[in-house]
Ligand binder design. Structure first.
Ligand SMILES: Cc1ncc(COP(=O)(O)O)c(C=O)c1O
Length: 418
């Protein structure tokens, strides 16, 4: 049975039994694992061709801003939309008033937490704001953060500073750092008597640095400081277990690295901390702390459930591929970026060499600011990057080694270094 037939029969089974599509999902149509063992490049090349819509001519090196849906994800979204329009369901085709327990349970099992500690959100920005605005903080309380935060992870605190007199203090991260211990030290040694919250990215948006989350969160907990992790880049890029991370709150964006459709976010709150958080968007259930736990935060009014069917399909896709295989491949590609970048005298590397300190994001800085020919040449070759003198290159399983080579050859040529 080919993939299309398998999908059709799964859809048929789903429509017969009124099941959401992925509960009756097709047997995996991924290439045989034996191919991976004998010819890994052939395996990944087939994954790109068969599981994504990316055309041959597109080289995509900015997965860090927004990832790409795999075909099974699109199938799940379209299927749910179709079934919603046909009302071929036993429940309202929406989220915003529902606890979606099976979805949250599956995510919780994958991320090492309880279902009741997880809420579905639209993105990490929303989750960060939900946390910041939901805590009872007062004028004079200090939020300790870093100078490498994304606006989506720090603006929520800056607004509290402007509005209610909280103090946001930024620690300067060493770039590149000597090691993980140094990163933990610069943050934990900055804890002060007024620090109520420490909030930082688990993987920084600027240089892709993997932070020692557990070490910092453990130290914060010992001092009664609330830890908030902006994990927009973590889910799907590196293994994540919320309980092991030891954080109080975590904000995620599975639409970056988990093949999910745009508009999929996650909020994790450690069970003991959930009571401390007020909801930002209030509707029925806002006060049902004991009954709803984290689900209180996803009671936000009518929303498009198909997106979350896509999120779960993305999770299945990741699980079917094998998360370790995926993390290994995307880092292997990133290492290729690193190794090619280090041979270019016109670049400074901002990502540390230690493989444990980065996943799939490598940041380079051009020594020259005259880069218009570079952007033009990349555009002509249809190589998708986020232009900037400081350039973050990101790789996922659909990135081909040839895309990376083409990027560097194109830049060499545009700068007259070929
Ligand atoms: C560290 C970090 N936090 C937050 C965000 C915002 O993510 P989203 O747009 O999914 O809310 C990003 C986006 O790149 C990010 O890199």
């Amino acid at each position: 049975m080919d993939r299309r037939q398998a999908l059709k029969s799964a859809a048929y089974a789903a429509s017969l039994f009124g099941l959401p599509m992925q509960k009756a999902r097709a047997a995996s149509s991924l290439p045989d694992g034996k191919l991976f063992a004998s010819n890994p490049e052939g395996y990944w090349s087939r994954i790109r061709k068969e599981q994504f819509l990316l055309p041959e001519w597109r080289a995509f090196l900015n997965n860090g801003s927004l990832g790409i849906c795999a075909k099974p994800v699109l199938d799940a979204v379209f299927d749910y939309m179709n079934r919603s329009a046909a009302l071929n369901l036993e429940e309202y085709p929406r989220w915003g008033y529902e606890t979606l327990d099976p979805h949250r349970q599956e995510l919780a099992d994958f991320f090492g937490c309880k279902k009741d500690e997880l809420a579905l959100m639209h993105n990490a920005t929303e989750a960060m704001s939900t946390i910041a605005n939901g805590l009872d903080l007062q004028s004079g309380d200090e939020i300790l953060t870093t100078d490498h935060e994304h606006p989506g992870g720090i603006s929520c605190w800056l607004q509290l500073q402007a509005r209610h007199g909280l103090q946001v203090r930024k620690v300067e991260l060493p770039i590149p750092p000597k090691n993980s211990g140094q990163l933990a030290d610069v943050i934990t040694s900055a804890f002060g008597p007024r620090t109520r919250v420490v909030s930082f990215s688990g993987i920084t948006t600027t240089t892709g640095l993997i932070m020692p989350v557990k070490q910092i969160c453990d130290a914060a907990r010992a001092k009664g400081i609330i830890s908030v992790i902006d994990g927009a880049h973590m889910n799907g890029q590196v293994p994540v277990n919320f309980h092991d991370l030891s954080c109080d709150f975590f904000a995620g964006s599975p639409h970056k690295w988990m093949f999910a459709p745009a508009g999929c976010g996650l909020l994790y709150g450690r069970e003991e901390m959930l009571d401390k958080l007020w909801v930002n968007v209030a509707t029925a259930g806002w006060d049902q702390k004991q009954q709803l736990k984290a689900a209180r935060f996803q009671m936000v009014g009518t929303n498009n459930r198909a997106i979350f069917e896509g999120l779960i399909a993305g999770l299945h896709f990741l699980k079917d591929l094998g998360p370790q295989r995926v993390y290994g491949r995307i880092h292997q590609l990133s290492r290729m970026v690193y190794d090619r970048a280090r041979t270019r005298p016109y670049l400074d590397l901002m990502t540390p060499e230690d493989d444990r300190l980065y996943g799939s994001l490598v940041t380079v800085k051009f020594k020259s600011a005259e880069l218009a020919p570079v952007w033009d040449a990349l555009k002509q070759k249809r190589i998708w990057v986020l232009n900037g003198q400081r350039l973050r290159l990101s790789t996922h399983i659909h990135t081909r080694p040839s895309d990376i080579d083409m990027f560097f050859e194109t830049v060499d040529k545009a700068l007259g270094k070929a």
